[in-house]
Write a protein of this length. Structure first.
Length: 360
């Protein structure tokens, strides 16, 4: 049975997808490429596949990147030394948006085009109005105060940051931002953030590679060791991937389409799940865990086999005997607290079997 196609906005996109699958299947490592293309959980593959579908034309470079992503499917999981979160739309939102900076820009568009954006320089609203040659922006300042007063944390924000920090991983907030909004973020997120990386300080905005380059430099990690978490595909996902990092897309409404949905999360905690238990398990604990898992499986298989044999023996028995036997069967074989065959006995049997298989 063929895999279901993802949803497409147009028939042309669906046709492109089908054509790409057929072409990929016939190429070197085609099976793995098809798998990663259908479920591109690698962010680089997701970005590439999304671009391939939307463009309707595929370059050799895109194929090469897709096949490289397929190779990584079988590689050890990458090391994460830092997780960077976008701010607005990811960690926080503005309850009442008034766009005061945009209002000033509309009043003096020509002058604004000749000046650096307030997103790439540390400048307040009043000083920016003066630079534009506008009168003191009383109305816009009131709008700004209203926005700042209605900045609210998403319910899962603090817990997500706390969980990352508890695993010994650095936390950054990396956002395209104007200066006045930074104070509110710091007040809301407090000590849970190691690095604040804002565009007005960096002098460049996402998705520019320089933004991510200066971010990893401040975090003292390699690009491949950074996980970017954000809600804007171009700025947070494509930008991070093209800079050599990994990314997860925050899609709180569950509306991600095409290849994007495979690296999307609806809750921040799922972007970087709790890995403390696996990281702290010793070799002996891992060994015991494996034994327990196998014993659980064998235990279930043994009871299922004996119960099936018992039921088969009752096929021709009188009805009264069947009813009594069924009660015994339900009481005896469908639980694990059996006096006849205990967990210790299973371990003993397993050890005896292994010993019998060893060469003399």
């Amino acid at each position: 049975m063929s895999d279901p196609l993802p949803s497409f906005r147009t028939l042309a996109e669906q046709a492109t997808y089908a054509t790409l699958l057929a072409d990929l299947a016939g190429r070197y490592r085609g099976d793995e490429a098809v798998i990663i293309f259908r479920e591109p959980t690698d962010p680089d593959a997701a970005v590439t596949a999304d671009a391939m579908i939307r463009a309707g034309s595929v370059s050799d470079d895109q194929y090469a990147r897709l096949l490289a992503a397929a190779d990584r499917l079988y590689a050890p999981p990458p090391i994460t030394r830092a997780v960077a979160f976008d701010a607005f739309g990811t960690l926080v939102y503005i309850g009442r948006k008034r766009h005061p900076f945009e209002r000033l820009i509309r009043q003096a568009r020509d002058r604004a085009e000749a000046l650096p954006s307030p997103m790439v320089q540390p400048i307040g609203l009043a000083d920016y109005a003066a630079a534009l040659g506008l009168p003191h922006p009383d109305a816009e300042l009131a709008m700004l105060d209203e926005e700042l007063a209605t900045i609210v944390l998403y319910p899962d924000a603090l817990d997500a940051l706390r969980r990352v920090r508890e695993q010994g991983v650095k936390v950054a907030v990396a956002s395209n931002l104007a200066l006045p909004y930074a104070t509110s973020l710091r007040a809301l997120l407090g000590d849970l953030v190691d690095i604040w990386h804002f565009s007005f300080d960096a002098g460049v905005i996402k998705p520019d590679r320089a933004f991510y380059g200066s971010l990893t430099a401040r975090l003292e990690c390699e690009a491949s060791e950074l996980l970017m978490v954000g809600d804007t595909w171009r700025d947070d996902i494509v930008g991070a991937v093209e800079a050599g990092s990994r990314a997860r897309c925050v899609d709180r409404e569950g509306r991600a389409s095409h290849a994007r949905r495979f690296i999307a999360v609806r809750e921040l905690g799922d972007a970087y799940p709790d890995r403390r238990r696996a990281a702290q398990m010793t070799e002996l604990e891992l060994f015991r865990s494996g034994i327990d898992a196998n014993l659980d499986y064998l235990h279930g298989q043994r009871w299922a086999l004996e119960a099936a044999q018992f039921r088969q023996a009752l096929t021709d028995a009188p009805d009264a005997e069947k009813a009594a036997a069924k009660r015994v069967l339900d009481d005896h074989y469908d639980t694990r607290d059996q006096p006849e065959i205990s967990r210790a006995a299973l371990i003993h049997d397993a050890i005896a079997t292994i010993g019998a298989q060893k060469p003399v």
